[in-house]
Design a binder for this molecule. Structure first.
Ligand SMILES: *[C@@H]1O[C@H](CO)[C@@H](O)[C@H](O)[C@H]1NC(C)=O
Ligand SMILES: *[C@@H]1O[C@H](CO)[C@@H](O)[C@H](O)[C@H]1NC(C)=O
Ligand SMILES: *[C@@H]1O[C@H](CO)[C@@H](O)[C@H](O)[C@H]1NC(C)=O
Length: 281
């Protein structure tokens, strides 16, 4: 009987120990499963790109034939989209705190007639975009560079949020230009790049995207991560404080100091990102 009394608690202890061990195993299995699921999901997220379609609407014209030969038949258009997209994404979504804009499908379409700009972006819906390339691009002497520039411009625009249609186009154009300059693609201007903005109080309300780009670069230099924060902020409805919030101080203040700085300094675009010219093709 006494043995039973001794056994009794022993058995209980054993059961408890077994139960604890069992639950540890379960816990470990759950953890392993969880990690597996997370890594599968992460891989999926990482590889999840967007579909790319290339279309030649210019048909059997000189521009159409050039496009087919140089960009369509060899998949070069696709490679240019991927490279320029990657460049814009790195600048606009530097880390996980900047959730990517959903993009499912990019269509590169050589237009049948000349457009007002080398490239015009339209959207089919919120996740599908069309890059209308003007046939005039195919007539450039350095046709490959002209094509890369057009697609870089377009892909920057694709990845930019627009304050739910409320962001000023001067600011969006300036951000596109900022990315082009960092990519080493912007045409060199007479002034060597540095442009005095039209207004010394709201430097991003300027018709010249190059001037806006230089102001944005100045802001990024003073407040690192500004460009990414600004794009993230433009995911929401645009308001008067969107730029100030991304800066963490009144933009007007920076505009005034920029305006006075630029009148004194020689040109120097503050580029810290790798140049795209080294990366593409
Ligand atoms: C956008 O349009 C395409 C077809 O034009 C469709 O397949 C896709 O599901 C649409 N996406 C959204 C988010 O509506
Ligand atoms: C498009 O513009 C180019 C000059 O950039 C011109 O040579 C060409 O004839 C134009 N094409 C059409 C279809 O108007
Ligand atoms: C670039 O920006 C940094 C601040 O981030 C500044 O100290 C430096 O002087 C700038 N360089 C040029 C050439 O403007």
């Amino acid at each position: 009987m006494e043995n039973l009394h001794i056994l009794q608690p022993l058995t209980t202890t054993t059961t408890a120990a077994a139960a604890a061990a069992y639950s540890r195993i379960i816990l470990r299995l759950v953890l392993v499963l969880f990690i597996a699921i997370v890594s599968i999901w992460a891989n999926y997220e990482e590889s999840k790109g967007f579909a790319i379609t290339v279309v030649n609407d210019a048909g059997d014209t000189p521009a159409g034939r050039r496009f087919s030969l140089l960009f369509l038949s060899n998949d070069k258009a696709t490679r240019i989209v991927l490279k320029t997209s990657g460049f814009a994404e790195k600048i606009l979504f530097p880390d996980d705190r900047h959730p990517k804009k959903p993009v499912d499908h990019v269509i590169v379409r050589l237009s049948s007639r000349n457009l007002t700009h080398p490239v015009v972006v339209s959207s089919v819906n919120k996740t599908e975009f069309v890059l209308h390339i003007s046939p005039s691009v195919m007539e450039e002497t350095n046709v490959e560079k002209a094509m890369i520039l057009a697609v870089q411009r377009a892909m920057a625009r694709v990845w930019l949020w627009d304050g739910q249609d409320g962001a000023p186009s001067s600011l969006l154009d300036g951000m596109v230009e900022y990315i082009n300059i960092l990519a080493g693609l912007a045409p060199v201007s007479d002034s060597g790049g540095l442009q005095l903005p039209e207004s010394d109080t709201i430097c991003w309300e300027d018709k010249d995207p190059v001037a806006v780009a230089h102001f944005l670069n100045y802001c990024e230099g003073l407040r690192e991560g500004f460009i990414g924060r600004l794009n993230r902020g433009m995911q929401d409805q645009w308001n008067e404080r969107t730029v100030d919030d991304a800066l963490g101080l009144p933009s007007q203040q920076l505009c005034v100091s920029y305006y006075s700085t630029i009148l004194q300094l020689p040109n120097s675009f503050n580029s810290t990102s790798p140049s795209l010219s080294r990366q593409v093709i």
